[in-house]
Design a protein around this ligand. Structure first.
Ligand code: UD1
Length: 430
């Protein structure tokens, strides 16, 4: 089992390049099987979730050719199996995007039901509601969703909750339905727009992605395309918070600043300097940070996937801050770990009340999930002394070469896999 060992205290300084967006790449890879022609996808992040989904895609018989770490060719003409193995869903929930893709193309899909996960119960009722509205029989059999339709037909669907996954899954299936589909109360996240742009480049007819009403005119066939994934707004936001929490000065490059506005606004509020360029943002923290309030909301609100990172930052700011989590019910698990590093945070229901402290001290902590794991690494970099973060397999799901990028900014962090290596690191950094 790998761990990160960190010696804190260095402000992060320098430039860092952001990888492609994991949450855009996952549905785009799934959608790539919707044609029998070859699709080329570039700017793929080299992270575990992507690699598992590629295995799942190969597992149903598609041809997957990893041209290099960030480029893949997919050809779905050889698909022989319309049922996705439980092994993949267990590792990565987003394999459920194969449901919308297979259903659109073959009018049939069998995908195991994803269970809960560390941040909440995560129902998929809205996905199934959408598939049913398109004329699909949806059954749950032996732990799997069996979706089957003679013909998919367009429909008017009103989502009861704003869901990224349901919006994308329904959009994929509806792209190959007969007639017109309207999705109301759709998610507006940048990755929803990226998937729509990708499908349109394959010949789909999707309008309105990025607003809360998406209109789709179904087409019979999709065709080959070459497509480059948008930059990862959450990876970028994580580095922005890392700069703020360590009192650093970081140029975060290869980003779309518009996608980062919620994070930028909060960092400005707490006293950071944030400069926007065409495809970069620079975050400088030159003075003591101030308190603020944050509430997570669907895009363009403050992202739930950036909640742990801003909480860690506010835990080092002057005054009392309040962070309200309104998307997932169980997303403050990491707070107990942070408390072990000296943070003063009280969680009541979906609210964290944070009394800023002057410093953290290094401790042994464990990553409960992907984003909380990244937040604990930020805490370790801002802390006095040595921090060991266990269970970094969660962090590796979504951050490409996290430790390498942080080291290039001056952090003292290493990936280790034994107590002996931790000791060696401690001796080396003194
Ligand atoms: C995606 C992201 C995840 C992010 C989340 C919210 C991927 C792979 N994951 O997850 O990192 O935290 O968006 O931005 O892109 N809900 C229902 N019924 C449904 C679907 C969702 O009640 O059928 C609820 C969820 O429990 C949650 C809310 O809707 O409270 C939003 O979830 P959703 O946007 O669907 O999240 P994901 O797509 O699973």
């Amino acid at each position: 089992m790998e761990q990160y060992v960190i010696k804190g205290g260095n402000p992060l300084v320098g430039e860092v390049d952001i990888s492609g967006a994991k949450n855009a790449a996952l549905p785009i890879l799934a959608a790539a099987i919707m044609t029998d022609e070859t699709i080329l996808i570039e700017n793929l992040p080299d992270v575990r979730d992507i690699n598992v989904l590629l295995e799942a895609i190969a597992g149903i018989g598609a041809h997957v050719d990893r041209v290099d770490r960030h480029t893949v060719k997919i050809n779905g003409s050889t698909i022989g199996d319309l049922s996705v193995d439980y092994e993949y869903i267990k590792k990565i929930r987003a394999s459920y995007y194969l449901m919308g893709a297979l259903l659109g193309k073959y009018k049939h899909a069998e995908v195991p039901l994803p269970g809960g996960c560390n941040i909440g119960s995560r129902p998929i009722d809205q996905h199934l509601k959408g598939f049913r509205a398109l004329g699909t029989d949806v059954d749950i059999r032996h732990g799997a969703i069996v979706a089957c339709a003679e013909n998919l037909h367009g429909s008017h669907i009103f989502l009861d909750v704003v869901s990224v996954g349901a919006t994308i899954n329904i959009m994929m299936a509806a792209s190959m339905a007969q007639g017109r589909t309207i999705i109301e109360n759709a998610a507006r996240e940048p990755h929803v727009v990226d998937v729509a742009n990708f499908l349109n480049s394959m010949g789909a007819n999707i309008m309105g992605a990025g607003t809360d009403v998406i209109r789709i005119r179904g087409v019979e066939k999709l065709h080959r395309t070459e497509y480059s994934i948008i930059p990862d707004q959450i990876e970028a936001g994580t580095f922005m918070c890392a700069a703020a929490a360590t009192g650093g000065d970081v140029m975060v490059r290869n980003v779309i600043p518009k996608h980062l506005e919620a994070t930028t606004a909060k960092l400005l509020e707490i006293g950071c300097e944030v400069q926007e360029f065409d495809d970069a943002v620079r975050v400088r923290a030159t003075r003591k940070l101030r308190r603020t309030h944050v509430k997570t909301l669907p895009y363009p609100g403050y992202p739930t996937d950036m909640q742990p990172q801003i909480t860690v930052t506010l835990a080092l700011a002057d005054g009392t801050s309040i962070v309200t989590e309104s998307i997932f019910e169980n997303r403050f698990k990491y707070v107990d770990e942070l408390t072990r590093m000296g943070a003063s945070i009280k969680v009541e229901g979906n609210t964290a009340i944070i009394d800023g402290v002057n410093k953290f001290t290094g401790a042994r902590v464990s990553a409960p999930d992907l984003r909380a794991g990244a937040a604990l690494v930020i805490a370790g970099m801002a802390a006095d002394g040595i921090t060991v973060v266990d269970d970094i397999k969660y962090i590796q799901r979504g951050y490409e070469n996290f430790e390498g990028k942080l080291r290039s900014l001056g952090a003292e962090i290493e990936k280790v896999s034994s107590e002996k290596e931790i000791l060696k690191f401690q001796l080396r950094v003194g």
